[in-house]
Design a protein around this ligand. Structure first.
Ligand SMILES: [Zn+2]
Length: 445
């Protein structure tokens, strides 16, 4: 997949450094604000936006008084006032003098990238309609490519030949896949076993702080498939939505994504290294609509490949999870061949999502396109519209994040030797433990 990544504005430190060498004394004797003060201002304004936009703050475990203040002041706060606060804070950050490549320069760069996304989100909250691609670019720092859906017709034909039976392909495919649905009474033990394996495989490569933990529950009636509510103190509350039948491969997918080495590990490493290690308070708030999401969702999605390289996921499901679930896994190789073939359809999703959100397609046309080019059942197609209604262009973070993180990590070493695996894990961990923006992941060809 080709993509365009927005490079964040360079912090122009040289001109400022020159100015500070001038012989004339500065007009104001007031000390410039410290980065720690500005990080608090950043938290305050982000929390204030979160009061207007439920879900905007994905998680917050910083000072409680900042949250209480945002709540108390909310009634008197308007969206234009918030926009002005964001613009002013960004201007202050832009004027800060930092040494290129220094820790401070990195903090300023990261904060400004998040504030840039906040400006776009505030425009949306004020009622502006932003086209899908521009919205994704503004919020997440990546521009999804639109494709002509009919170019996927040959892929659909190939998949058609792989799926037995007669009738519409999406129905045949889903009927075939549903042979691998985990019986409801086995769901919990299967997911627990999957998460335990994801954890063991992750801990073999990443040292996590003592006391890190998660609570996991199965829920229904949500617009998402799974959610990690990071609590701070190395603790995640994970919910997995079981509205739709859960297939065997989803147990590992969701275990890696939400927990190890996905969201739980990402938030834990950032808290340990950035918040506790360096006192960088800005990282106690996880902004949902920001370029952070590309790394968060990308590492969570690619985390499956990290923990289960090669055929490991298939063999683990065949040998461990299928017996636990009471599922006949004799055809699991065919199941995985189909999983691989359908992954080539991923690019179509953004085009369809754009059609839906930009209203260039009717709801029924969108459902038809999802059934034809994502091979979804009508039920799953309709279900995915709920996610788009709620999170809009956030969908780009999964596939584009996977590609960006995957290409970046794989550059450390291909193949399955212990050395190349170790090199990939080191790169992967580096993305998680340091503030990483989409532009950092661009692989130079
Ligand atoms: Zn996620």
């Amino acid at each position: 997949m080709s993509l365009t990544v927005i490079r964040p504005a360079l912090v122009l430190t040289s001109a400022l450094a020159l100015a500070s060498c001038a012989t004339t004394a500065p007009q104001s004797a007031a000390a410039p604000p410290s980065l720690d003060d500005l990080a608090r201002d950043y938290l305050a304004v982000q929390l204030a936006i979160g009061e207007k936009d439920p879900g905007y703050v994905d998680a917050y475990y910083g000072p409680a008084e900042l949250k209480a203040k945002a709540e108390a002041e909310d009634a008197g706060m308007t969206l234009p006032m918030l926009q002005a606060r964001v613009v002013a804070l960004d201007a202050t950050l832009a004027a800060i003098e930092t040494v290129p490549g220094s820790e401070d320069a990195g903090r300023v760069r990261y904060l400004r990238a998040i504030l840039s996304a906040a400006k776009v989100r505030l425009r949306m909250l004020r009622g502006e309609t932003i086209p899908f691609q521009d919205e994704a670019e503004g919020l997440f720092g990546v521009r999804p490519e639109m494709i002509d859906l009919t170019t996927l017709d040959p892929v659909i034909e190939e998949i058609d030949a792989l799926v037995p039976g007669e009738g519409p392909l999406n129905l045949r495919l889903n009927a075939y896949r549903d042979k691998f649905v985990i019986p409801a009474e086995k769901l919990r033990p299967v997911i627990d076993a999957a998460v335990a394996e994801c954890k063991a495989r992750t801990l073999a490569h990443i040292a996590l702080p003592e006391g890190e933990r998660f609570d996991l529950s199965l829920v229904t009636d949500k617009p998402w498939g799974g959610f990690n509510y990071y609590q701070g103190d190395y603790h995640s509350v994970i919910e997995i939505n079981t509205d739709l039948p859960t297939r065997l491969d989803r147990a590992v997918d969701v275990g890696c994504h939400e927990a190890y080495p996905g969201h739980h590990v990402y938030s834990t490493l950032i808290e340990r290294d950035r918040v506790n290690g360096m006192g960088q308070i800005e990282f106690t708030l996880l902004p949902l609509y920001s370029p952070r999401a590309i790394v968060s969702e990308g590492s969570a999605e690619y985390g499956v490949k990290m923990a289960f390289p090669g055929d490991d996921q298939m063999t683990f499901e065949r040998d461990v999870l299928a017996p636990l679930a009471g599922i006949d896994a004799s055809e699991i190789e065919d199941y995985y061949a189909l999983r691989k073939a359908t992954s080539d359809l991923g690019d179509a999703y953004y085009t369809i999502a754009a059609g839906y959100l930009d209203q260039t397609m009717t709801r029924e046309e969108v459902i038809e396109a999802l059934m034809k080019y994502q091979l979804a059942s009508r039920e799953r197609a309709e279900g995915s519209l709920g996610f788009l209604d709620t999170y809009r262009s956030y969908v780009v973070n999964y596939g584009m994040g996977y590609d960006l993180v995957g290409d970046y990590v794989d550059q450390a070493g291909e193949g399955e030797t212990p050395a190349s695996r170790a090199a990939r894990w080191e790169r992967f961990t580096g993305i998680l433990a340091n503030p990483t923006l989409p532009s950092d992941l661009i692989v130079e060809e």
